[in-house]
Design a protein. Structure first.
Ligand SMILES: Cc1ncc(COP(=O)(O)O)c(C=O)c1O
Ligand code: FES
Length: 402
């Protein structure tokens, strides 16, 4: 059976060159970079080289990069570290209703600690109203946290404009760029961000490593206390091999980005157009143009995203419904809920996220097998046969989305 992987927003394969570069650090170069002897010295240079590679990709100074274990840790550090450090100044945080759980659940945690959080709504395309954002700022606001790209729809948020607003009101600005870095150009100077988070496993580096950019002079509390690594900003023995892998993946992504973004967008558009011309009653979720080059999120009315994925899986195709963190539950995604996608469509939202290894043949294979699967599932669907929208009262599956 063919294996076609179209779930690159969940995770990516480690690039072969990246794995090769990492291996020596599991073998002969096993030292702890914090040690002053030969074994430590042999690897501390590799960590610093990786720091430069990451910094170059996002246009900051190497000293402004702190290595962490994953995107979730970076988001926790950015938000909790700011909330604690600026508690005297104010207790209000602004974010959006479509953030990843790493941000949303951190904000909910802080609400329990006495912080006030504004969750900005989005329109039906999943976009923000910046006037609403500006109006939400008060004298108490200490942080604005808006993701650069949404993991489910691929929507790109106007980070430069939000950064300018944050500057105007002297509010700190954090962006979760886990889905963005490595896919499209990211420049922290142009974007006016103070804190930015990225994650290795989304760009061809391994799982278990990420980084946070902390603009020079940004006062933050640490999340993990212990040794003096990362100039007291993040304790814990370095994941040397992971960090080396992240550094190389960033360098490769930077070198290839222009070419690969165009190629991947071409494949994504071929998939989108093929689906749209072959299957009726579908809806594109997210903004049609302001989105990542690799992401396509479509709802196939009347069918369950989960059953579609199961049928895909049997044909060797890996895609996803909702985000990797929330799929497995039958609740529709909070992102679809925030976009007011109706219940029949929310349940059938399916995400294809392409990557550098996908080919035109793979797209064509998906286009060949998809229409008959959708047709068969619709024929089996009681909703399709009755041709009427489901009311909230009748909804057995969704607890509360609107
Ligand atoms: C937008 C976004 N933020 C944060 C994360 C969490 O990153 P990690 O898996 O490295 O913890 C993800 C992962 O899916 C994501 O898509
Ligand atoms: S349709 Fe709204 S809760 Fe079921």
């Amino acid at each position: 059976m063919k294996h076609i992987y179209m779930d690159n927003n969940a995770t990516t394969a480690v690039r072969p060159e990246v794995l090769e570069a990492m291996l020596p650090f599991y073998r002969e170069q096993f030292g702890n970079p914090s040690s002053v002897h030969w074994a430590g010295r042999a690897v501390s240079g590799a960590v610093e080289k990786a720091r430069e590679q990451v910094a170059t990709l996002i246009n900051c100074a190497p000293a402004e990069i702190v290595f962490v274990s994953c995107g979730s840790e970076g988001d926790n550090m950015a938000i909790k570290g700011t909330a604690e450090a600026l508690r005297e100044k104010g207790n209000h945080i602004i974010t959006t209703s479509v953030e990843h759980p790493a941000v949303l659940n951190t904000c909910e945690y802080l609400e329990k600690q006495g912080f006030r959080v504004t969750y900005l709504p989005v329109d039906k395309d999943g976009m923000l109203d910046l006037k609403e954002l500006e109006a939400a700022i008060t004298a108490e606001t200490i942080l604005i946290s808006v993701m650069w790209a949404n993991n489910e729809t691929g929507n790109l948020y106007p980070i430069e404009e939000i950064g300018a607003i944050a500057r105007k009101y002297k509010v700190r600005f954090h962006t979760d760029a886990v889905q963005t870095v490595g896919k499209i150009p990211v420049d922290v100077q142009k974007a006016n961000v103070d804190l930015l988070v990225l994650s290795g496993h989304k760009l061809g580096a391994p799982k278990g490593v990420g980084a946070i950019y902390i603009r020079r002079g940004t006062r933050m509390n640490a999340l993990i206390h212990g040794g003096h690594q990362e100039r007291n900003r993040r304790a814990g023995t370095y994941n040397v091999a992971g960090i080396v892998g992240l550094g190389l993946a960033c360098e490769l992504a930077g070198a290839e980005m222009a070419e690969s973004a165009v190629r991947i967008a071409g494949l994504r558009d071929r998939l989108q157009e093929g689906i749209m011309s072959a299957i009726p009653e579908i809806k594109l979720n997210g903004h049609p143009t302001r989105r990542l080059p690799n992401t396509l999120n479509i709802s196939f009315a009347y069918i369950e995203g989960e059953s579609l994925l199961l049928n895909f899986d049997m044909k060797g195709i890996a895609a996803s419904s909702g985000s990797a963190c929330t799929s497995g539950s039958l609740e529709p995604s909070h992102v679809m809920g925030a976009m007011c996608v109706d219940v029949v469509l929310a349940h059938s939202s399916t995400r294809f996220s392409l990557g550098r290894d996908n080919t035109e043949e793979e797209v064509d294979y998906v286009l060949e097998i998809l229409p008959p699967i959708v047709q068969r599932l619709r024929e089996m669907s009681p909703l399709y046969n009755r041709k009427e929208p489901l009311s909230c009262e009748e909804c057995q599956v969704i607890r509360k989305v609107h």
